[in-house]
Design a protein around this ligand. Structure first.
Ligand code: NAD
Length: 254
């Protein structure tokens, strides 16, 4: 799928990995709709990126809100060719004890945003993409979901987060197989420890220690590296149904 003149919807596009991807796509000649619950951040980024970017206040868990985001891509820019699902939350909570307990409400909220929100955006975007014209490869669209290495390597405090991201990993293959008949690919990126606002709340010494645990390069991942991988996925039609770890080969000890 070429980026130039094509239209991409980015959930969680107001910050971190989604914002870097939005900037990459506009720089490569694409048009982007930034869909985020954070109105200030999303609107500011769209203004900064110029006429080829729009912001729509969106809650990925809400059907009407997600539908409006998809419709904006179609009505403002004339179609939809890609969805990059970056919206997510990562609260740390213990299952029992004084740093928990992990109530059902907390657990449900994380799964609701990270997994059900991802599915909600994907199904609505895929419906819009399936109505578009295929390119020379027969391709109508590409979906990139964001999991996490926590899906494979969940740490203490990540019961809900790891479960939600494990769901995103498991969603990849059945979605890719089913949507293939519509000319839509589905890929998942599982980032390791990336330098974004989600992590920047940690003390600097913790960030440095985490960076040193990465075999190579011995540092945290950069949002631009996520955007570069998203670009490769978008532009490579033969990449489909796969989960790619973007983690410098880190494997976390318990
Ligand atoms: P971030 O906090 O910078 O950005 C996440 C964005 O999602 C925010 O702008 C937030 O407003 C938005 N969002 C949250 N709930 C939403 C909702 N209901 N509807 C719409 N938007 C919503 O975080 P990030 O680091 O850029 O994370 C992006 C994705 O990457 C997340 O899914 C996260 O779990 C995943 N991830 C991040 C890391 C990391 O180390 N930063 C590692 C692995 C996976």
């Amino acid at each position: 799928m070429q980026i130039e003149n094509n239209v991409f919807l980015i959930s969680g596009g107001g910050s971190g990995l989604g914002a870097a991807t939005a900037a990459m796509l506009v720089a490569a000649g694409g048009k982007v709709v930034i869909a985020d619950v954070n109105k200030e951040a999303g609107a500011a980024l769209a203004t900064q990126l110029g006429a080829n970017a729009r912001f729509v206040a969106t809650d990925v868990c809400n059907e009407a809100s997600a539908t409006e985001a998809v419709n904006t891509a179609v009505t403002v820019f004339g179609g939809l060719h890609g969805l990059i699902n970056c919206a997510g939350v990562a609260p740390a909570k213990r299952i029992v004890g004084k740093e928990g307990p992990h109530g059902l409400e907390d657990f449900t909220r994380v799964v609701q945003i990270n997994l059900i929100g991802t599915f909600n955006m994907m199904r609505l975007a895929a419906d819009a993409m399936s109505k578009g014209e295929p390119n020379a490869d027969g391709e109508r669209g590409v979906v990139i979901n964001t999991a996490s290495v926590a899906a494979f390597d969940g740490q203490i405090g990540q019961a809900a987060y790891a479960s939600s991201k494990g769901g995103v990993v498991a969603l990849t293959l059945p979605a890719a197989r089913e949507l293939a008949r519509h000319g839509i690919r589905v890929m998942t990126i599982a980032p390791g420890i990336m330098e974004t606002p989600m992590l920047m709340g940690m003390p600097q010494e913790v960030q440095d220690a985490l960076g040193k645990m990465v075999p190579f390069p011995s540092r945290l991942g950069k949002p631009a590296e996520f955007a570069a991988l998203a670009r490769t996925i978008i532009e490579t039609a033969y990449l489909n149904g796969e989960v790619i770890r973007l983690d410098g080969a880190i494997r976390m000890a318990p």
